[in-house]
Ligand binder design. Structure first.
Ligand code: ADP
Ligand code: MG
Length: 380
């Protein structure tokens, strides 16, 4: 049943419209967003769809076809963090954030369904937030920009759901365009669409979902974040973004903690890798991006220390079997990796990865090619 029919069956009327917002993978630039640095995500073909109608009586009704169960019914004026409404906290948090920002959202009926794998580091949560934000923006005529919607969605996740994420995921979902990677400056949210069409260049970008859930990384994320802030403080900058790559050796020499030194080295070198990947894509040299992905992985594994055996196995196997490069992507401790490979080689590589996981006694990974897809939009 499609999401429009699902809405009608639940609520007894046709929805005013249907909206879509995708999940994302990050090509390069990890743990750089909260350091006000650079990232380069692109949108997946997997997306959340939401059928939505306005209400004027202050009632918010939420339902997910993927979760099932009864409709969650809330009153918009009662919305306040901390949320204890499970999955519904994501769309409810968006309504809360819109109202906090002074937008007159007086209720809604929402029914959604998503093909973004959850908890795989592919931002099913941002897809949910952004599809809700865009639908309400259109229906209530709020006139918010895409970056403005992304900021509100991030606020919902940070302050209502209680997850301290950066703004990359929401920006990717809200602003990506097909056939492009999104070069994003997380300081001012200025962005540039960089042509990135692996298929047209005889390569494939494989996403490898290890099926290891990344929830255990929660405390570790906050710890890395605090370590980065500590590094910036010791070096006298507001954010690590303000350190130039050529000044990195001198800066590292001024840090007393080995742990903080590793974090700073990761962030500053990954910011630099984003710029190098951007230059390669601008020059049309997609294949040369591969080694930079692998370099990024080693930095995440050895300096930030957020990899795990399954992610390392993907990268090691892919590179041993002739991939152009590979790295973990997202928050770490599980979730997904990406592999850049010659198109003709992608199928055997997929088999090699499945065999390596079986030999290591790990559950089979889910491997799929990802074409850079369209960002959030109205469907009907
Ligand atoms: P990720 O964003 O990497 O997929 P998160 O833990 O940030 O992982 O977000 C996953 C959560 O988002 C789920 O536990 C659920 O609460 C919510 N979610 C994602 N997709 C859906 C969906 N289709 N229906 C309901 N809730 C969803
Ligand atoms: Mg998420």
């Amino acid at each position: 049943m499609d999401v429009r029919e699902g809405f009608t069956r639940l609520y007894g009327t046709t929805p005013e419209g249907v909206w879509a917002a995708p999940g994302r993978v990050n090509l390069i630039g990890e743990y750089t967003d909260f350091n006000e640095g650079f990232v380069m995500p692109f949108a997946l073909p997997h997306q959340a769809l939401a059928a939505v109608s306005r209400r004027t009586d202050g009632v918010l009704r939420l339902h997910s076809a993927d979760i099932g169960g009864p409709v969650v019914e809330l009153r918009v004026e009662d919305l306040a963090p901390p949320a204890d409404t499970g999955w519904a906290a994501y769309p409810a948090g968006v309504v809360w954030a819109l109202r906090e920002a002074g937008h007159p959202v007086t209720g809604a009926d929402l029914h959604l369904s998503s093909t973004v794998p959850t908890g795989a580091g592919l931002s099913s949560s941002a897809a949910l937030e952004v599809v809700t934000a865009l639908a309400l923006n259109d229906l209530y005529g709020l006139g918010l920009t895409r970056p403005g919607l992304a900021r509100l969605a991030q606020r919902a996740e940070n302050d209502f759901v209680g997850v301290p994420c950066g703004v990359m995921d929401q920006m990717a979902s809200a602003c990506a365009t097909e056939g492009h990677a999104l070069h994003l400056d997380c300081r001012d949210l200025s962005l540039r669409q960089i042509p990135f069409d692996p298929g047209a260049q005889g390569v494939k970008l494989l996403v490898v979902d290890t099926r290891v859930k990344h929830a255990l990384g929660d405390g570790a994320y906050a710890e890395r974040r605090a370590g980065c802030e500590e590094g910036a403080r010791q070096l006298g900058v507001t954010h690590l973004r303000d350190l130039a790559h050529e000044d990195l050796p001198a800066a590292l020499g001024r840090l007393t903690s080995e742990r903080v030194r590793r974090y700073v080295r990761h962030v500053v070198s990954d910011d630099h890798r984003v710029e190098r990947v951007a230059a390669l894509l601008d020059a049309g040299d997609v294949r040369a991006v591969g080694p930079l992905l692998t370099e990024g992985h080693l930095s995440l594994r050895d300096d930030l220390r957020i990899s795990c055996p399954e992610l390392d196995l993907v990268v090691d196997t892919a590179n041993a079997r002739g991939a152009l490069g590979a790295r973990m992507t997202g928050g770490g401790f599980g979730g997904s990796a990406i592999v850049l490979a010659k198109a003709a080689h992608a199928d055997t590589l997929t088999e090699d990865l499945e065999k390596a996981f079986a030999a290591a006694g790990f559950p089979a990974p889910r491997v799929f090619p990802a074409h850079p897809s369209r960002g959030a939009h109205r469907v009907s």
